[in-house]
Every structure is written in C-alpha cells, then in structure tokens.
Design a protein around this ligand. Structure first.
Ligand code: URA
Ligand code: SF4
Length: 237
C-alpha cells in the first residue's frame, strides 16, 4: 500500500466507525473514537475503549490516562503524533465498565482493518483487553514488558506485539506506574529488532534472476547492515 492508499483506507475506516451501529455501545456514545496518529508510523498503540473525555472529544487518550501515556512516550523521546493510537472498542462503555465479549467481537473488524492498513512493525497493547486480542492466553502480570509474534488473524501482516499495563491502572498503583516506565523503555529496541527482522524477511522473499532467493546468501541473515548512528536506530522514521 502506498502512503496515499493507507491514508485513504484509514480515513474510510474512521468514517465508518463514526456512523457505526453494529453494537449497543452506539446508543450511549456521544462521539465514536476511531483513533488517530501518524498514518506512516511503524508503531501502533491499542487501548481498551474511550472514557468520558474521549467520548466527548472523539479522540483517544485525551484524559488522565492519556496524560500518562504521553509521559511514557516522552520518556523514550517520542510524542503521540509519532505513533498511531486506537482502542479495542471505539465507543465508550457506559460508566467505563469493561467491554462485553459481543461488543469486542462487533468492533474487531475495525481494529483488524486499521492494523492491516498500517502494517506496523510493533503493536503495543495497553491493558488486558488489548493484550487478549493480540496475545491471547497470557496473564498481564507475567506478559507485561514482553513480546510475542502477532497472530495474522489480528490483521497484523508481520508485527511484534509488546504488552504493557493500562495507563489508567498505572495511575491507581505507583508500583505499576514505575513498571510501566521500565516497560516502555524497551519499546525502541523492540522496534529496532522487529524492523530488522522484517527487513531480512523481505530481502529473503525477493526473487533473483537465477531462481534462487536471497535466502541462499547467508550474508542476508548473518550480517545485518550496521545501523549508521544511534539517532537513526531509535528514530521512528
Ligand atoms: N482508556 C483507553 O483505553 N482508551 C482511551 O482512549 C482512553 C482511556
Ligand atoms: Fe460500532 Fe465499535 Fe461503536 Fe460498537 S463500539 S457501535 S461496533 S464502532
């Protein structure tokens, strides 16, 4: 997908979300919250669902949890505009209750399509519900700060998933908040590793005139190109 096609796909999804009536959450929402960010980013952050402030503004993570998410990003030198931020359900569950399984299932195709359009190198899950989508069958107390390959059924073409606690939970628990700063510190190196893994995989798939693939050249896997500078390594672009 070209950048323009990606932008158009994400804008189409957002328009559908704003008009969506696929589950009961549409009845109580003020505004649906499709998600926002850099359409060309390599990193997708996925939260649980909009809260009161998000429901009012139609934008993700604009309340207190969003403030912590921005501080977590700032601690690694990133800003919210550098990444794409969305949620498992796009409309606020009344009273901030947990989303129900049928609501998550109804909304899943939007997240799947966003993930497929962005084709991120890294998906960072925020909280249990997002983690359960991309990294099923694990407990967050064990899985936070760790990676798994994303299941292609989530729409991820070739992504590494990195689990974090939900920022709203971290706000209520100083130990979890401290662990969240420790966890997010790994995200740049997770990005580097995933970017390199994808580069090698793409290289290996490229056909050659002899009918062999570049896989047959061991240099493509054993001697990855050295990054040119630390700044290049950690930059999103
Ligand atoms: N919590 C979430 O999970 N998502 C938001 O967008 C805001 C708070
Ligand atoms: Fe549609 Fe998702 Fe909102 Fe339900 S939560 S109405 S499926 S956009």
């Amino acid at each position: 997908m070209t950048g323009a096609e990606r932008r158009a796909a994400l804008e189409d999804i957002a328009a559908e979300v704003r008009a969506c009536t696929r589950c009961r959450l549409h009845e109580t929402r003020t505004r649906a919250v499709p998600g926002e960010g850099d359409h060309d980013t390599e990193v997708l952050f996925v939260g649980e669902g909009p809260g009161m402030n998000e429901d009012r503004e139609g934008r993700p993570f604009v309340g207190r949890a969003g403030g912590l998410l921005e501080r977590l990003l700032a601690s690694i030198g990133w800003q919210r505009d550098d990444v794409f931020i969305t949620n498992v359900v796009k409309c606020r569950p009344p009273g901030n209750r947990d989303p129900e399984p049928d609501e998550i299932a109804a909304c899943a195709p939007y997240l799947q399509r966003q993930t497929a359009a962005l084709d991120p190198s890294v998906v960072v899950t925020l909280g249990r519900f997002s983690m359960a989508t991309f990294m099923p069958g694990v407990r967050i107390t064990q899985a936070h700060g760790t990676t798994r390959p994303a299941d292609p059924e989530t729409g991820a073409l070739d992504a590494t998933v990195f689990a974090m606690y939900h920022p709203a939970y971290a706000l209520r628990n100083p130990t979890v908040e401290r662990e969240s700063f420790e966890d997010v510190a790994s995200v740049p190196e997770v990005l580097l590793a995933s970017r390199e893994r994808r580069r090698v995989a793409r290289h290996a798939r490229r056909p050659t005139p002899t009918g062999k693939t570049d896989d047959d050249h061991p240099t493509s896997t054993t001697h990855p190109a050295a990054p040119t500078s630390d700044a290049d390594q950690l930059s999103l672009f």
